[in-house]
Design a protein around this ligand. Structure first.
Ligand code: CAA
Ligand code: FAD
Length: 382
């Protein structure tokens, strides 16, 4: 096993770190407070290859491997989790799904604009009554004699929904077939029949805009079907396998920011005449934070490496996402405790890390769903 990063991986990490330091960290508090969408920063990420890291250069991406994606995501998330949410949807959920399942014409049309950061992409699976139980969707796409589909239904919690130009949508084309009756579509939000609900007020990742979207007799052309008819659920699950590596990386970034802030604080803050880092109880917190962070990173790199090798990585991605998100939540919790009053104050970013960490245990499959995926694989039972 070789633990050294390649030159390309170090290069993308370096680019991400520079943008994170110069553009994102100084504006993170503003965007968290205002809930505005950070469009200019997202354009900068796109111009620097960070919106399509694994997208081949012929489709406007950086052409790097999944480990490069992990390293870059960690850097952006450490500066601001909301930016990394927008980044992860464009990279993993939007571009990755089209690259794996799209036609050449679809890759040219949809991937380039998103990978370059000129447009924003989204991914619409969840509905008001179906989150974890994704096959219980009600959004219907009815095929017409001329091969077009008429789509009606509602999707909820759509990240970047308020600003997306294109959306990968999952709808039921044959309800009698359950999971095998779902088809994926490429939606253009400027077409008639598409509308948006209000932007959700959220606990964390507040600059990542989320909303409900609606389809009222929206017409999808035959060439706007992604992959084969009836293969939509498999496409969604495959895309989410890759997406979970991105969310694991996001969690590591949030955890690392909380850890580094804690490390600095325990050295400088004094109580009883000594730095609080000299107390064994504080030292145990620091040691446990470090172990959880390193463990999460190694598991995430393992999943990314398998993906890069073209091997199956469903279980490893679930292991990485579960471990990293629970590590981030635990570390952020301990960071608030270490900073105590200042951890609770909006004058420091610690309370933001705490609020932002929570989402990593919920989206792209809750922790319970990751455990279900892992245990089904390990036991062969369901
Ligand atoms: N890759 C390919 N195919 C897969 C697969 C995978 N990882 N997992 C399952 N499938 C296939 C199965 O082989 C099966 O196919 P066949 O019918 O041909 O045998 C089909 O999909 C149905 O599989 P299951 O019976 O296992 O399906 P299930 O109903 O039991 O659900 C589940 C499985 C893992 C719980 C799944 O529903 C799930 O992942 N739920 C969570 C949903 C989720 O993560 N949503 C995220 C929305 S996006 C988001 O959140 C974005 C964001 O925040 C930014
Ligand atoms: P439910 O499925 O109703 O779950 C409720 C509780 O029951 C959870 O604790 C869950 O773990 C538990 N549970 C459910 N089933 C089981 C089971 N079988 N075993 C054990 N426990 C179980 N979706 C998209 O499609 N696109 C997006 O871009 C997107 N972005 C999001 C952004 C944000 C900020 C949020 C909050 C959500 C987003 N989602 C998105 C939706 C997200 O994926 C779902 O919220 C998530 O999958 C959980 O679904 P739910 O909220 O309906 O919870």
């Amino acid at each position: 096993m070789d633990f050294r990063y390649t030159e390309e991986q170090l290069m993308i990490q370096d680019i991400a770190r520079r943008i994170a330091r110069e553009k994102i960290a100084p504006t993170a508090e503003h965007f968290d407070r205002s809930g505005e969408f950070p469009l200019e920063n997202i354009r900068t990420l796109g111009e620097n290859g960070l919106m399509g890291i694994e997208v081949p250069t012929e489709y406007g991406g950086a052409g790097l491997d999944p480990m490069g994606y992990v390293l870059a995501m960690v850097e952006i998330a450490a500066a601001d989790a909301a930016h990394s949410t927008i980044m992860s949807v464009n990279n993993s959920l939007f571009c990755n799904g089209i690259l794996t399942n799209g036609t050449e014409a679809q890759k040219q049309k949809y991937v380039r604009a998103i990978a370059e950061g000129a447009e924003i992409g989204a991914f619409a699976l969840t509905e008001p009554q179906s989150g974890s139980d994704a096959t219980a969707m009600r959004c219907r796409a009815v095929k017409q004699a001329d091969g077009r589909f008429i789509i009606n239904g509602t999707k909820s919690w759509i990240t970047s929904g308020p600003v997306a130009k294109y959306i990968v949508l999952f709808a039921m084309t044959d309800p009698d077939k359950g999971a095998r009756g779902i088809t994926a579509f490429l939606v253009d939000t400027d077409k008639p029949g598409f509308s948006r609900g209000k932007t959700e007020p959220k606990l964390g990742i507040r600059a990542s805009a989320t909303c409900e979207i609606e389809f009222n007799d929206y017409v999808a052309e035959a060439d706007e079907v992604l992959g084969e008819e009836g293969h939509g659920f498999k496409i969604a699950m495959g895309v989410l396998d890759a997406g979970r590596i991105g969310i694991a990386s996001q969690a590591i970034g949030i955890g690392r920011a909380a850890y580094e802030a804690s490390l600095a604080y325990v050295r400088e803050r004094k109580a009883f005449g000594v730095p609080i880092g000299t107390f064994q109880m504080t030292q145990a917190k620091i040691a446990d934070m470090k172990c959880k962070l390193d463990g999460a990173l190694l598991l995430t790199l393992r999943a990314a490496w398998l993906k890069g090798q073209g091997q199956k990585f469903t279980t490893e991605a679930a292991v990485a996402k579960l471990t990293a998100s629970e590590a981030a939540m635990w570390i952020a919790h301990q960071a608030v405790q270490i900073h105590a009053g200042m951890g609770y104050s909006k004058e420091m970013p610690i309370e933001r890390y705490f609020r932002d960490a929570k989402i990593t245990e919920i989206y792209e499959g809750t922790s319970e769903i990751q455990r279900l995926v892992i245990a089904r694989h390990e036991t062969g039972l369901r």
